[in-house]
Design a protein around this ligand. Structure first.
Ligand code: C5P
Length: 218
């Protein structure tokens, strides 16, 4: 695969609902970068699994990922808690992580020409997918705040789920994502920690923008 050399690459890792997606979108818009929410690919596979009575071959997953279009990832069905849990289960599988790897590499290093680069967010972006990223951010927040934010999103989507249930599945996913063998979530020494517990979206982006501008304008 050809790599564009002039790229601005931004890699973000974070636990669920810490605000990484919101910041990635703001970064993508401000710097004209191609955005990939990598969690959506795992959700897409998790959703396939749920809808095929859990019987789905690696070959079929491979085919589906090969013909995957970014627009498929905008499907509202991918936003449920059930799909999130299914995603975190299939995400433990090394074979599935390998299938998804190529798609992410293309988005990170060969985004459409109209973009100045790429921004990817997920769990293993800094540690595995874009290890040489120009900017590395580890975004986190207190779990109760994350649960509250996710609960509000579900409420806006009219999903029937309680705050307690959201908190419980976030705890389960955090544990699974951090303790799994392949591509676990962890902060690298060279990534910048951003804690959004007490930060508004705007204040958080201001912080990120200051860091990025300093390097880009040098
Ligand atoms: O980010 P989101 O909550 O949509 O991700 C759903 C699940 O997909 C996560 O809980 C995680 O298990 C998995 N995932 C992953 N690696 C990524 C992105 C997401 O394993 N890069």
């Amino acid at each position: 695969m050809k790599r564009r050399k002039d790229l601005i690459t931004v890699a973000i890792d974070s636990p669920a609902a810490a605000g990484a997606g919101t910041q990635a979108k703001l970064i993508s818009k401000h710097y004209n970068l191609f955005y990939l929410d990598t969690g959506k690919i795992y959700r897409y596979i998790g959703y396939l699994k749920l809808n095929n009575k859990n019987k789905i071959s690696y070959n079929l997953i491979k085919k589906k990922v090969k013909s995957l279009k970014i627009s498929y990832l905008q499907d509202k069905n991918l936003l449920s808690d059930e799909v999130a849990v299914s995603a975190s289960v299939i995400a433990r599988d090394k074979k599935i992580r390998n299938i998804v790897h190529k798609f992410q590499q293309k988005c990170a290093y060969s985004p459409p020409k109209k973009y100045n680069g790429s921004v990817l967010d997920g769990r293993d972006i800094i540690t595995v997918q874009v290890r040489d990223a120009m900017f590395k951010f580890f975004i986190t927040a207190d779990i109760k705040i994350r649960a509250k934010r996710r609960f509000n999103e579900y409420r806006d989507l009219k999903k029937k789920i309680t705050y307690r249930e959201v908190l419980k599945t976030l705890r389960i996913r955090d544990k699974s994502d951090k303790e799994r063998k392949h591509g676990p979530l962890k902060k690298t020494k060279d990534s910048i920690l951003i804690n959004t517990t007490k930060l508004s979206k705007k204040a958080c982006f201001k912080k990120i923008k200051a860091i990025m501008d300093k390097k880009l304008n040098n």
